[in-house]
Design a protein around this ligand. Sequence first.
Ligand code: RTP
Ligand code: MG
Length: 139
Amino acid sequence: MANNRTYTMIKPDAVSAGNSGAIIKMIEEAGFRIVSMKMTQMTKEIAGKFYEVHKERPFYGELCDYMSSGPIIPMILEKDNAVEDFRKLIGATNPAEAAEGTIRKLFAKSIEANAIHGSDSDENAAIEGAFFFSAVDQY
Ligand code: RTP
Ligand code: MG
């Protein structure tokens, strides 16, 4: 498959714990090229927009509070089979169920504060990347 892209963000728990560097190293060692990267913080309203697809789920309010509680590091990544391979690298949503050696197994604190995000489809990767980065950043 040709090179394609996914969207990720290192979540507030991993940034505040000082694990960003170790996580970025794992991402690069797994063969992903960092296309775009920055540090920023979402307001609760912006987190609400980003997670609008989850608005009917019981954890939506808490998730938006949590994701706006501190700095995050959004990135666009490139690799062949990027979306699927990145979901493998990060592991299951719940760190208790994440495979050994995955980013969430190593760094996640809980099912909510689970260190990192990974897009679940090519279509969502494009939507999520464009939410955080303008066209000129996505070189
Ligand atoms: P992500 O979108 O962050 O890559 O995570 P995911 O696909 O593995 O999980 P998803 O179902 O999309 O959920 C989005 C995020 O919501 C939080 N969550 N909390 N309290 C709960 O039961 C619960 N379930 C999910 C997590 O931060 C999850 O990553
Ligand atoms: Mg998801």
